[in-house]
Ligand binder design. Structure first.
Ligand SMILES: O=C(O)CCC(=O)C(=O)O
Length: 269
């Protein structure tokens, strides 16, 4: 039985009133969630994906038929919204990304909270390279698949970043959102608004270490070639969510390759 159908009549009327007032579905869902109607909140998100103000992966079914591939959901957390997608990329696609990126890698950088510039930092000890959107055929194909899965336009995404972590390489606990309280926020959000979500794709298996850990939530995702991990950096109201603190744990055996896509609120130009 549908959780929305089981709601008391006054709640059903309240939902209809809000849709008539053109309130985005994620904000209606946030109110339902806060009032304890959790299942109804996510049923509403799944049903009204086209009116969400945030990227979102439908959890209505265990499998999702994308335009070029069928994928399956391995895990979902609703608060914050986190999903793990099996076999998002094929092994050949992972290898094609690595082959192109490998010769371009340079020391990774982070956003300087003082002024929004990019700086090298001991907290991030990987090498990486960034692509323009659609820069290569494989990048374009992956970006289209991400847009399809997340129901979010390609134009609202930063360019793909490919990372390589060697022995001891890590990314210490950090947030991906831009904190409005920080000085740099206005600089970094001027281009594309908030980083609403993070989409990570593991391009290699890693023998030991290299998990993506969420210290505030008490779990970690172990790297597996082709698997993708998505998390929303904001809650359903669009407010930054400190629960999304995450880290790339040190690699202790093997090499970890990862591709990162950050999803923005507005077109990223
Ligand atoms: O390496 C990882 O698993 C995490 C990467 C990460 O946190 C990021 O790119 O923001």
């Amino acid at each position: 039985m549908s959780a929305l159908m089981l709601l008391p009549t006054d709640w059903k009327n309240w939902i209809n009133d809000n849709f008539n007032k053109k309130v985005p579905a994620n904000k209606i869902a946030a109110n339902l969630y806060q009032q304890g109607w959790v299942d109804a909140a996510y049923e509403l998100m799944n049903k009204h994906i086209a009116t969400l103000e945030m990227p979102y992966i439908s959890t209505a079914s265990n499998q999702i038929q994308l335009s070029d591939k069928k994928v399956s959901i391995a895990f979902t957390c609703y608060k914050p919204f986190i999903t793990i997608i099996n076999d998002f990329l094929t092994q050949e696609e992972c290898q094609a990304v690595i082959n192109d990126a490998d010769s371009k890698l340079q020391t990774s950088r982070v956003v300087n909270p003082e002024d929004g510039s990019f700086i090298e930092h001991t907290a991030r000890t990987s090498t990486s390279t960034s692509y323009q959107r659609g820069q290569t055929a494989i990048v374009k194909k992956i970006e289209a698949r991400i847009a399809n899965l997340l129901n979010w336009p390609v134009e609202h995404g930063e360019g793909l970043q490919v990372l390589r972590y060697e022995d001891g390489g890590e990314y210490r606990p950090h947030f991906d959102f831009f904190d409005p309280a920080k000085q740099s926020s206005s600089v970094v959000t001027a281009r594309g608004g908030q980083r609403l979500g993070t989409f990570l794709m593991y391009l290699s298996d890693v023998e030991d270490g290299g998990s993506t850990r969420f210290p505030n939530l008490g779990f970690e995702v172990h790297p597996k070639i082709g698997t993708a991990l998505y998390f929303a950096n904001t809650d359903l109201m669009g407010d930054i969510d400190p629960q999304t603190l995450h880290a790339g744990l040190p690699v202790t055996k093997g090499v970890k390759y990862l591709a990162t896509k950050w999803l923005r609120q507005y077109p990223y130009v």
